[in-house]
Design a protein around this ligand. Structure first.
Ligand SMILES: [Zn+2]
Length: 344
């Protein structure tokens, strides 16, 4: 029997041994953080839609979470064991499909927040997923129960596994939610503007930490980024030091202070009444598209400094359609990662 104290390094061997019938299923009971192992081209075989690790006659018993696009061959696979004891297999493939959507004229600015996960310049507010609260309550109970167990005992291991399973569930449901949200935002808009966030620095601030890691802003931006590339859309990230909240979107006046607790305010200059987040997202949209317009010509130093990075399509909807169609066909196939989960 294999004991996974040095799990990470030996997972590959253990797994290969198991599937070739030379060993029992790898036992990673003692590996708190799970482990993962990457198999490159020489270490596995792809045949009839199945994955065979080197020297194995049986394919990996994969329960596919989604289908690989037709004609795609995985270049790398990663086998992962998470702390709750679930195995998953990720496949990296070269996806040559053209997912590009018909261009639209819609532009959207979004403000990522805590009270509302996403507020759009259209005035729409997207709340955090509700089931997270229920799961968090469950997690607290499970953690309490774990703290009462004798370390190293059988019951301790059972309780630890329970905590890990709830963690995994929270992670899954959060990810599922952000995927639906980012796909919709990218599909419906040609250009999406967000603030570039230093999420890691923000998480250091203790008070905001849980709310932010729950909100998963970094993951939202990451998904918007690659989905924009898939679907032929554009994601513009603007400097996070731009005062998007404190600026009046009607007259441009910037107020000195606007504490987080203030959700609505009146502009002292023009008297406009603002919802904090909607006002911010309108400013974000304006800022992003202004940078976008300047980008067409020779960018001034100032404008270049404001645009942190620009991803996705470089052709804007107002440009000629025939040119765009030509440009799209010539684009090199994009590489991306499709994930499939296999549970033992
Ligand atoms: Zn104003």
């Amino acid at each position: 029997m294999y004991h996974g104290e040095q799990g990470l390094r030996h997972l590959q061997t253990a797994f290969a041994n198991f599937f070739s019938g030379r060993a029992k299923y790898p036992n990673f009971k003692k590996k708190r953080n799970g482990g993962s192992s990457e198999f490159t081209k020489s270490a596995f075989k792809w045949k009839d839609g199945q994955v065979y690790l080197a020297k194995c006659t049986e394919p990996l018993p994969i329960r596919w979470s989604r289908q690989l696009p037709l004609g795609c061959v995985p270049t790398t696979i990663t086998v992962k064991l998470d702390p709750s004891g679930r195995w998953s297999v990720s496949l990296r493939v070269n996806d040559t499909r053209d997912l590009k959507l018909k261009p639209t004229n819609k532009l959207l600015g979004i403000d990522l927040g805590i009270t509302s996960l996403v507020t759009t310049s259209d005035g729409e507010k997207v709340a955090n997923p509700k089931n997270l609260n229920k799961l968090r309550k469950k997690l607290r109970l499970a953690q309490k129960s774990l703290s009462r167990k004798t370390k190293g005992s059988n019951n301790y291991h059972k309780a630890r596994l329970k905590v890990a399973r709830i963690h995994a569930k929270i992670k899954d449901s959060r990810l599922d939610y952000t995927h639906k949200l980012t796909t919709q935002l990218i599909r419906e808009n040609q250009t999406v503007v967000v603030e570039d966030l230093a999420v890691k620095n923000m998480v250091k601030n203790h008070k905001l930490a849980r709310a932010i890691s729950d909100a998963n802003w970094g993951e939202i931006v990451r998904q918007l980024d690659y989905k924009a590339q898939w679907y032929g859309r554009e994601l513009i990230k603007i400097d996070r030091y731009f005062p998007s909240s404190k600026r009046c979107s009607n007259c441009g006046h910037v107020v000195d202070k606007l504490p987080l607790s203030i959700r609505e305010w009146n502009c002292p200059e023009c008297g406009s009444h603002h919802d904090r987040d909607i006002n911010a997202s309108i400013n974000i949209l304006r800022m992003g598209t202004r940078v976008g317009v300047r980008r067409k010509g020779t960018p001034t130093k100032k404008a270049a400094g404001l645009a942190v990075s620009v991803c996705g399509a470089t052709v804007r909807p107002e440009e000629s359609k025939s040119r765009k169609a030509g440009a799209m066909k010539q684009k090199a196939p994009s590489s991306d990662v499709k994930e499939s989960r296999a549970v033992s």
